[in-house]
Design a protein around this ligand. Structure first.
Ligand code: G6P
Length: 363
């Protein structure tokens, strides 16, 4: 097994480090030289007539879907990311103009399949975005698109989140061009940011100081993660990752919601991780002030030029400059590393956390 881990102590760390190459494969051949999305499965016009998008997914895949939901809404397309377990029993109405996207690494998650079947049965257009060719989701949806991240062994999803978001960002640019007749305003900038992404993720991994935080914050009373826009699903994913592999109590909130309840739990013993994408940062900085005045140590994850963030937090984890729609992927890599090192300090079973399975095949 040591050889399979390629010299890393855990599959999780190996898979975190594999993200640049995984992302290369994800985008390879899918962006043309003149800056358009080229998806073999979806020629120009393939998404004509789509009036809204539903995402069905669980766990980390749900956070990738929430990220995509934000990108679609920013581009004026109605979108909703549902947890598949809810949608399977209480689905939202669909029409033949609803594009329902099942986002699932394995393509075998029972809740996701049940919700996909419900959408199929009610006449929606369905698409599976998955890592596994030949999986049930890929076979049962009308169409399938593969994220090409390569096999993921660690129970906690890492590289597949990055590849899911990148794939969905491509689908979204293709879809917006079809639905509105013109590429989104940010299309060129986002596509060039996606092309740079493997290099940027490489830099995050190479320069990260996340391991130095682990000793200080492992064993706190609780860990809160906040963000807005695309940084909100990243905050949720950061908290999920930490609880999955370290068993520390962690919750992710939209930054604005913090003061409506969770703030009651904030003390000097509850570090707050604030995620910034470069968009809406000023408001999140106000939320940082709210928790700092209650004595909470704050870890800020933000673009390296964000001096205002660096000045307002106790610990600063920088990510390279990029388009804000892509910055969340970089911030998430920092959070993966924070979780990994905290779990390592606590000597947890990182690749096989208690009570969890890589793929949950019961509803
Ligand atoms: C399980 C795994 C998670 C994963 C979720 C959804 O709970 O432990 O890591 O995010 O299933 O899996 P899927 O294969 O549908 O993406």
């Amino acid at each position: 097994e040591d050889a399979e881990r390629g010299g890393y102590d855990h599959y999780m760390l190996k898979e975190i480090n594999e993200q640049p190459e995984a992302l290369e494969r994800t985008i390879n051949g899918r962006i043309t030289d003149d800056g358009r999305v080229d998806l073999e499965e979806f020629p120009a016009g393939a998404f004509d007539g789509v009036s809204e998008v539903h995402f069905l997914s669980c766990g980390t895949s749900h956070h990738a879907s929430m990220y995509a939901q934000q990108l679609l809404r920013d581009r004026g397309i109605p979108a909703h990311a549902f947890t598949a377990g809810e949608y399977a029993t209480t689905p939202a109405p669909v029409s033949e103009d609803t594009l329902v996207i099942a986002v699932t690494q394995s393509g075998e998650t029972a809740d996701t399949l049940a919700s996909l079947r419900s959408a199929n049965a009610r006449g929606a257009r369905t698409l599976a975005v998955t890592n596994v060719v030949g999986s049930t989701a890929a076979r049962e949806a009308d169409e399938a698109l593969f994220i090409r991240a390569g096999p993921e062994i660690g129970v906690a999803a890492t590289k597949t989140f990055s590849s899911q978001v990148a794939t969905l960002a491509l689908v979204i640019e293709r879809l917006v061009a079809d639905v509105t007749g013109t590429p989104s305003e940010d299309s060129e900038a986002v596509l060039s940011a996606l092309q740079e992404l493997p290099d940027l993720v490489n830099r995050v991994i190479r320069d990260s100081t996340a391991s130095s935080l682990a000793n200080r914050y492992a064993g706190s009373d609780g860990h809160f993660f906040i963000g807005r826009g695309v940084a909100y699903p990243v905050a949720r994913e950061g908290a999920l990752k930490l609880k999955e592999i370290s068993y520390e109590h962690a919750e992710g909130f939209s930054a604005g919601e913090l003061k409506h309840g969770p703030l009651a739990l904030v003390t000097s013993e509850t570090p707050v991780v604030a995620v910034f994408s470069g968009k809406h940062d000023r408001k999140t900085l106000n939320n940082v002030e709210e928790v700092r005045s209650r004595g909470a140590p704050v870890i800020g994850v933000a673009p390296e030029s964000a001096d205002n963030v660096a000045a307002a937090v106790d610990e600063f984890l920088a990510v390279p400059e990029t388009h804000p729609d892509v910055a969340g992927i970089l911030a998430n890599v920092q959070l993966q590393l924070v979780s990994y090192y905290v779990a390592n300090v606590l000597n947890r079973s990182i690749d096989k956390p208690r009570n969890l399975a890589k793929s949950v095949t019961v509803e």
